[in-house]
Design a binder for this molecule. Structure first.
Ligand code: GDP
Ligand code: MG
Length: 169
C-alpha cells in the first residue's frame, strides 16, 4: 500500500554515540556488533501507522561525516525531524548537544521537530536524566533516554517524533 507521507528524519550527534545502531534498531530491529557494516548507506526506511495514516520514515545517517565536521546542509535539506543523540556515559557528547542544536538552527528548516536521545541507557551514566530533560525543555526539544543495544525506548522515541511531525503537517 502507498504511504500518505514521507518524513525525512536526520540522525545527528557526536561520533560513536550510537546513531547508526539506533537507526538500525528502529528500521530493522537489529543491533550490529560490527558498526562498520552500515557505513555508506545514506538512509533506511520504515513505514508506520500514525493516526490512520501510513507514514514512511526515511531516516538518514551521517555515515561517519560527523567526525570531520563535514555534515553538510544537503544532509538537513527537507528534513522534518531530527534525532539528536548523545551518549549518557560520556559527558562531552551531552555538552556538544548545544552545538548540534546550533547546526540545526543554521542549516535545517525552522519548524524541524527534534528528539534528544540519551543513548546507552544500559550502561552507568555520567549525565542525569533531569539535567538532560531541563536542557531539552529550554531548547524546545523532546527528550528520551534509550538503549540501541537492549532496544529500550528506541521505538517509542522514534514514534513520538513521527507523531509530533505528523501533528505539524
Ligand atoms: P555512531 O558513530 O554514532 O554511529 O555510533 P555507532 O552506532 O557506530 O555505535 C558506536 C559504538 O557504541 C559501537 O561500538 C556500538 O556497538 C556501541 N553502542 C551503540 N549503541 C549502544 C547502546 O545502546 N549500548 C551500548 N552498551 N553500546 C552501544
Ligand atoms: Mg555511525
Amino acid at each position: 500500500m502507498e504511504e500518505d507521507y514521507v518524513f525525512k528524519i536526520v540522525v545527528i550527534g557526536d561520533s560513536a554515540v550510537g546513531k547508526t545502531q539506533l537507526l538500525g534498531r528502529f528500521t530493522r530491529d537489529e543491533f550490529f556488533l560490527d558498526s562498520k557494516s552500515t557505513i555508506g548507506i545514506e538512509f533506511q526506511t520504515r513505514t508506520v501507522d500514525v493516526a490512520r495514516r501510513r507514514v514512511k520514515a526515511q531516516v538518514w545517517d551521517t555515515a561517519g561525516q560527523e567526525r570531520y565536521r563535514a555534515v553538510t546542509s544537503a544532509y538537513y535539506r527537507g528534513a522534518l525531524g531530527a534525532v539528536l543523540v548523545y551518549d549518557i556515559t560520556r559527558r562531552r557528547t551531552f555538552e556538544h548537544a548545544a552545538r548540534w542544536v546550533d547546526e540545526l538552527r543554521a542549516h535545517a528548516d525552522k519548524s524541524i521537530v527534534v528528539m534528544l536521545v540519551g543513548n546507552k541507557a544500559d550502561l552507568p551514566r555520567a549525565v542525569s536524566a533531569d539535567e538532560a530533560a531541563a536542557f531539552a525543555e529550554e531548547q524546545g526539544l523532546f527528550f528520551s533516554e534509550a538503549s540501541a543495544l537492549s532496544g529500550d525506548n528506541v521505538e517509542r522515541a522514534f514514534l513520538r517524533l513521527i507523531e509530533e511531525i505528523h501533528a505539524n503537517v
